[in-house]
Design a protein around this ligand. Structure first.
Ligand code: AMP
Ligand code: ZN
Length: 499
């Protein structure tokens, strides 16, 4: 039986607020869209958490045997300050401040985004479309919405008429917000003179003379609205209705709510079968965000160069740390939690190393152990198939890690298991660690290499000293010190410490 049929997925759907059986629209195929970053600044660890949740979901779906088309966009225009309809474009503002072209900003931070994801061992999505590459399609959707009498043009900008839409289709199903309450609330007062109602949102904005990112349209020069981009890019590559739409929980309203309205308003179809939202990374209980000033850049974490960190942590330790919680729970960032994660990660990777060295031998099968192994493999899949519970999945992996230690210690033997069960155990243990959770062994090879190079330099220094070339021997000592390697001469020879 195929893995996906043996371990069917259930997932929590934000739209229905229920756990549901996952049944893709096209058998064996999954279409998944995740809102990508707005590339106007370095990604912080909060962003990383959200993308990591979906990286693991993508990986697990493939591990079960689904063919997945994963689309994650790059927002390079139209995302205005405060996520509102008024104010400067985040990218244009950065370009103005740094005296660069907006596309230089976009390139710089797209590169940064990719570098960070590489460090954390993310898989690339199948398609990574950018909003500026889809202006024509966005204009077409605005035209469709005007044609369907759900959008109106005022002074070169086009707004979505939420009240009109609500009468036909009911607005607010994803976030549970009621249009009457939104009308009452003090939010969304921008562009009020142009909007029929304050809850209407821009799908096309007229560019002011100072606005550099602008395109021709039937309504004059302007730029697309942020919500519209995702609707256009997701449906272009995944169809008018697709399986999974993901993003951080902070995007449920208004971004995703507006995406639904635009899709239903233009095609008459619900765009998404399952809405998945990952929860926030917090610091002392507060959402990590650039504007609150509590965000961490991945590099600060690797080097330990941050006021709340005692020391640095490797990308794989951080990855492990994030996987220890379920994606729908908040995750609080702290030194202690990272130190504990480091221990856990090391223990898991020790088990992984043991598993690579084991070979099966034939003998009398211990049926009690064999049943236990089978049950643990089942638990591994069942917990991950239950709304992608990486926290419980890791617990099952640690049960197998204990078995690996027992193999090593000789408490149990590979011959206690039949060949088929042994192979299943090793394959899925390694498969979950590497392919599903995306964990990698730390690159110990690098330390060995560095040790070897320092030993060569120590030897050259000794030879220089013997030849009374003190200028060279001192230079080697001082230059090594400058890069953080301190030599210490003793009776046993020269030892060194690395900072
Ligand atoms: P942005 O570039 O601001 O549009 O954010 C990119 C993604 O990161 C979105 O899906 C956000 O929901 C997500 N995000 C932002 N802050 C956090 C956080 N503190 N924890 C988890 N995800 C976050
Ligand atoms: Zn989006």
């Amino acid at each position: 039986m195929a893995l996906k049929d043996k371990y069917p997925i259930t997932l929590y759907n934000t739209l229905t607020k229920k756990k549901e059986a996952f049944e893709p629209i096209h058998e064996d195929h999954v279409g998944m869209y995740v809102c990508g970053p707005t590339v106007y600044s370095n990604v912080h660890l909060g962003n990383v958490r959200t993308f990591m949740c979906f990286d693991v979901i993508y990986r697990y779906l493939m591990y079960l045997g689904y063919k997945v088309r994963y689309v994650r966009n790059i927002t390079d225009v139209g995302h205005l300050e405060n996520d509102a309809d008024e104010g400067e474009d985040k990218i244009a503002k950065k370009a103005r401040l740094e005296e660069l072209e907006p596309m230089e900003i976009v390139q710089q931070y797209t590169n940064d985004f990719h570098d960070v994801l590489d460090q954390f061992n993310f898989l690339s999505p199948s398609i990574e479309p950018s909003a500026t590459g889809h202006i024509m399609e966005q204009i077409e959707m605005v035209e469709d919405l005007i044609k369907n009498d759900l959008a109106y043009e005022v002074n070169g900008s086009v707004y979505f008429d939420v009240a009109k839409y609500d009468k036909k289709h009911s607005y607010g199903k994803l976030s549970g917000r009621k249009i009457e309450e939104l009308m009452e609330s003090g939010r969304m007062l921008d562009s009020q003179d142009e909007k029929r109602n304050k809850i209407d949102f821009a799908i096309w904005k007229k560019a002011s003379p100072a606005h550099i990112m602008r395109w021709n349209s039937p309504w004059g020069e302007g730029f697309p609205g942020w919500h519209l981009e995702c609707t256009v890019m997701s449906t272009k590559y995944l169809g008018e209705t697709f399986d999974i739409h993901g993003g951080g929980m902070d995007l449920v309203f208004p971004h995703h709510e507006c995406e639904i309205a635009q899709s239903v308003g233009s095609t008459g179809k619900e765009p998404v079968k399952y809405w998945l939202h990952s929860n926030m990374l917090t610091v002392n209980g507060q959402k990590m965000s650039k504007s609150l000033g509590n965000s961490f850049l991945p590099n600060e974490l690797f080097t330990g160069d941050h006021k709340i960190l005692d020391r640095g942590y490797s990308p794989m330790v951080v990855r492990f740390f994030m996987l220890q919680s379920h994606y729908s729970s908040t995750l609080d960032f702290s030194n202690d939690a990272l130190t504990a994660a480091e221990k856990g990660f090391k223990r898991l990777m020790e088990g992984f190393k043991i598993s690579k060295a084991l070979t099966h031998e034939n003998g009398d099968v211990n049926s009690e152990l064999e049943e236990k192994v089978k049950a643990t493999i089942d638990t591994l899949f069942i917990t991950m198939s239950e709304d992608f519970n990486t926290a419980k999945g890791l617990a099952a992996l640690f049960e197998i890690t204990t078995m690996m230690n027992n193999f090593k210690a000789g408490n149990i033997k590979t011959s206690d298991l039949s060949k088929a069960v042994f192979d299943d155990l090793i394959n899925h243990y390694q498969g979950f660690i590497v392919e599903v959770l995306g964990l990698q062994e730390e690159r110990e090879g690098d330390t060995e290499l560095v040790d070897g190079v320092i030993d060569v330099l120590i030897k050259i220094r000794q030879d220089a000293k013997a030849a009374k070339n003190y200028a060279l021997s001192d230079k080697i000592r001082d230059d090594l010190k400058a890069v953080g390697v301190t030599l210490k001469d003793g009776k046993e020879g020269t030892e060194y410490t690395v900072e």
